[in-house]
Design a protein around this ligand. Structure first.
Ligand code: ADP
Ligand code: ADP
Ligand code: MG
Length: 585
């Protein structure tokens, strides 16, 4: 068995892995950026090492710093979590090259499944149906137009190396192809460092159904459960459930078997997910995620199987603990996961809302689990994913699980940042969702979020004179040590109050923009594109700039019609919430 696992990640998934390792009696090592010096995953690990830097590129994607931490800590295994290096075959090879165990699939399988084009070929070889589309990189917009004209629009331009809904653009007609292709490439280049794209048919009312698989190094692969992740915005999941409800007889088993075939086609072991889209009784392979997924807990709660424990066991060479029949016999009841993101869903906009969490009270009670990377007082940084935590609920039936999830969401308190919770409640209470009549388009096309208010940032309370206990950290040769101190409460409160004030100011100037003709950005970020020129006549709602913040491109639109008088920013500029980027007369 492994002795010491370094978790090359942050947030809730690092916490999740630390907990599993601890239960197995394995020591844990955290790594952290400057902003995460005192983060929950760092507090929970047995040891922690500084990576330096703030952005993901400077810290959690800094190969040398992570390899150093592995050497210094003497860890004999690395768990990559999801995101960051989890699907990076070169990183996996660097780990195994040091004689350290990689808790993940073979690097060759990551390579083959990591690119959406070669994964489509692998799925086809294994005998799983794929979405109609090309199986080569597009050389230019003409190929995409030709495909659309032949198979019909809409089509979907996808970054071959994309993920998390990024680098994917839907095109409604031949006119939009050039812009969409450029935008997909720009996003892909920025996030994944590569900009190859291909095209596939865009289904108009599909469900997203995926299959969790786990394989061992002896060559055995089982599928553990299906999951439905159709409640999405911007092609990103909001709510997931297991099993996928309401499928015709035989479809679930057929998908499970197709997933196992796709996995075996690339010699897969460890945990992975095969994603399909499902429409009218048919299913098509979308991609394989060669890692643990955000929504893995819904599978855990309906089977009682700890998937991270299984990952650790098969990585250390043990065979799978159960056969396919034994796994199938364990499935019971229904699981629902709510991703709590720091985003304001008002009006269906889902605008990023980073900042300090002034108060966080997780729900509790029968069938309720809360996986989070934060506690009260922690900050959601604009540099990382905005996932605050995940609420996972089990119920004997889907209806019971829905009712219990609503109850738990009502109990959950998150203050200081806006969250997706109001949108989640609107989804769970909607008859279309209850009847499983929704699709991946449903949240954006059918769900009315106009009345959904954002949760306002609560003002921090001023405490009395008593000193409060604070834990601070010191670093000695890059290794972190925790030190306890007792300080006046004002010191602690002041730090939390500043960004909250900033946010209110930004919202205020945003509202004023409509009248004054000042176009402001609602949050901190980087200008990636300017869509207008000085002197240009523009309409109400026309796009002015593209702002990238929290791993997302946001188009900032004019709140008034007129002529562009001044553009105050250039491509590549960093702007703060409330900054004026253009003036319209
Ligand atoms: P899931 O597939 O479990 O729904 P997502 O696709 O939302 O998960 O991605 C999970 C995490 O991984 C997110 O933090 C996302 O930003 C990140 N991610 C996904 N694909 C990649 C990739 N190819 N490279 C880097 N990060 C990725
Ligand atoms: P990512 O790597 O970003 O997760 P996926 O290929 O898994 O990319 O697609 C993400 C989501 O986008 C899917 O869950 C689905 O909702 C939607 N989607 C992707 N491809 C198509 C398609 N061809 N037709 C309709 N919806 C699609
Ligand atoms: Mg996907």
């Amino acid at each position: 068995m492994l002795q010491k696992i370094l978790i090359a990640n942050r947030g809730e998934i690092a916490v999740r892995v630390i907990r599993a390792a601890r239960e197995l009696g394995i020591k844990t090592v955290a790594v952290y950026s400057e902003l995460d010096r005192n983060a929950l995953h760092v507090r929970l690990a047995d040891e922690a090492y500084a990576l330096g830097g703030q952005t993901a590129a400077e810290s959690y994607l800094n190969t040398e710093a992570i390899l150093d931490a592995i050497r210094q800590s003497g860890a004999d295994a690395v768990h990559p979590g999801y995101g960051f290096f989890s699907e990076n075959a070169d990183f996996a090879r660097a780990i195994t090259g040091m004689g350290v165990t990689w808790i993940g699939p073979p690097p060759e399988a990551i390579d083959e499944m990591g690119d959406k084009v070669s994964s489509r070929l692998a799925a086809q070889r294994g005998g799983a149906p794929i979405v109609p589309g090309t199986t080569e990189f597009a050389q230019g917009p003409d190929e995409i137009r030709d495909f659309g004209n032949a198979y019909g629009f809409p089509v979907c331009i996808k970054a071959a190396f994309g993920g998390g809904g990024r680098g994917m653009k839907v095109v409604q007609s031949a006119d939009g192809v050039d812009d969409a292709m450029a935008s997909a490439q720009r996003e892909a280049k920025a996030f994944f460092g590569r900009d190859e794209v291909y095209v596939e048919k865009y289904l108009t009312w599909p469900r997203h159904v995926e299959v969790q698989i786990v394989g061992d190094q002896q060559g055995d692969v089982v599928w553990v459960s299906t999951r439905d992740c159709s409640a999405q915005r911007r092609h990103q999941k909001l709510i997931e459930e297991a099993p996928a409800p309401g499928l015709p007889d035989g479809v679930e088993d057929a998908m499970g078997e197709a997933a196992v075939k796709a996995a075996k086609a690339v010699g897969y072991y460890n945990a992975g997910t095969v994603e399909f889209i499902y429409q009218d009784g048919e299913f098509f392979f979308l991609e394989m995620n060669t890692r643990l997924q955000v929504e893995h807990p819904v599978t855990e709660v309906i089977t009682g199987i700890d998937l991270v424990e299984w990952q650790i066991r098969v990585a250390s060479g043990e065979p799978l603990p159960m056969t396919q029949e034994q796994v199938a016999a364990r499935r019971y009841g229904h699981g629902i996961e709510i991703r709590i993101n720091a985003e304001d869903p008002a009006g269906g906009k889902f605008l990023p809302s980073p900042g300090p969490i002034t108060k966080l009270v997780p729900p509790d009670g029968f069938g309720v689990r809360f996986d989070s990377g934060y506690e009260s007082g922690d900050e959601i940084s604009q540099y990382y994913d905005n996932l605050v935590g995940k609420l996972i609920v089990w119920g004997r039936t889907r209806d019971i699980a829905i009712a219990r999830t609503i109850r738990a969401l009502d109990e959950l308190v998150v203050e200081g940042v806006a969250t997706t919770i109001p949108a989640d409640l609107a989804i769970l209470r909607h008859p279309d969702f209850v009847a499983v009549e929704h699709s991946t388009k449903w949240v954006e096309q059918n769900l009315d979020l106009s009345g959904v208010g954002s949760v306002s940032a609560a003002a921090p309370e001023a405490d009395g004179e008593e000193l409060v206990e604070r834990t601070t950290t010191v670093e000695v040769n890059g290794k972190r040590f925790a030190v306890k101190m007792w300080v006046p409460p004002s010191t602690a409160v002041a730090a939390a109050a500043a960004p909250a004030r900033q946010k209110r100011a930004a919202a205020g100037s945003g509202a004023a923009a409509g009248g004054s003709g000042q176009v402001t950005v609602p949050m901190q970020g980087t200008i990636v594109k300017i869509l207008v020129e000085v002197g240009q006549q523009i309409e109400l709602g026309q796009g002015i700039v593209v702002l990238e913040a929290m791993k997302m491109e946001n188009q900032i639109n004019a709140e008034k019609a007129g002529v562009v008088k001044e553009i105050k920013v250039a491509t590549g500029d960093t702007v703060g919430g409330g900054d004026v980027v253009a003036i319209i007369e």
